[in-house]
Design a protein around this ligand. Sequence first.
Ligand code: ADP
Length: 398
Amino acid sequence: MNVLVINCGSSSLKYQLINTDTEEVLAKGLCERIGIDGGMHTYQPKGADKIKTNVDIPDHTKAVSLVIGALTDPEGGVIKSLSEIDAVGHRIVHGGEKFSKSVRIDDEVMKAIEEVSDLAPLHNPANLTGVRSCKELMPDVPMVAVFDTAFHQTMPPKAYLYGIPYEYYKKYKVRRYGFHGTSHEYVANRTAQFLGKDIKDMKIIVCHLGNGASISAVKNGKCVDTSMGMTPLEGLIMGTRSGDLDPAILEYIAGKENLSISEMLTVLNKKSGVLGLSDGVSSDFRDLAEAAGLGNAQATTALETYAYHVAKYIGSYVAAMNGVDAITFTAGVGENNISAREEICSYLTYLGTQVDPEKNNVRGEETIISKDGSKVTILVIPTDEEMSIARQTAVLCR
Ligand code: ADP
């Protein structure tokens, strides 16, 4: 079955066409600057170079038509016609409490996604625009919604409730939802498979460390806690997001700098994290490592603070599960940043585990990085959210 995986943002649309029988990625691409001048479409068929085209993309429907055009192009295309797309899998950021698993999209599902949109006002409306554009151009192709929040719906109330008046949960559904669920689920399952164990017998901590970052505690295959909250702003220090902080800081800085709440949220989402902590060096961990290597003390502080916070979260999830069998690193930093992994794990020797420097000298491959005989196994497992979306879509559309 050929599944088109769509990840639609407000001004971008990422896609992959995956044959779910062979798990081959037939082609992938990205439409950028949708609705903004200077649109660009990047398309890459399997085994070939990227083709970049400058083309105005006034709306998402135009973006989807470019995708279909490229996939069916007689020269660079990978399928003969639209009829070879058997299903479309859409990444939807927020499923609220309504969705604890992926679903086939119908009118009722569209309405339900719309209803939870005020929990993710930047993401859900853009995701829905992608669905509508696909429906317009591929009315007969079945579509599936795969939610970032779904995997975390198994959290118990003690993990998802905040210490604020309960009426805000009852009235407005203010609670922890968590994000990156597709990645956490995929990586937790791969961890168990890789170790030849049944996930139902395991306690796993997944560290998804990318530009956005979150950690989850997965006990017997179910998520019992995760670090992102009602929005992706909570939890770890990220590339540009602050993560946890004393909420009173908002009013204090807003008063000093004469900023509104929404301007403060922009500071916390876009100007904080390691970018802010490093005094503006970069949100990218490669730049930070380079600056630190050249003696930039603030870059060093940013990297140390980042690793310290990840280690603290790991410790709290060991407590949440009363133990841990495996700790897995994934996403850009988790898969590639050897020194970040080493530094984070330097806090974990109390668990009876240690990183093996030689085994840790890897990037982007499934492997164990802890020393032989460690009580807790530390691993690297590259995430693959698109493949996971394609698989789930195929199961629901067979
Ligand atoms: P997202 O999907 O959240 O945008 P990614 O998972 O792609 O983010 O992760 C991006 C981060 O991964 C960047 O901070 C980048 O510096 C880091 N990263 C990618 N490759 C490497 C590498 N080889 N060494 C160190 N860090 C890396």
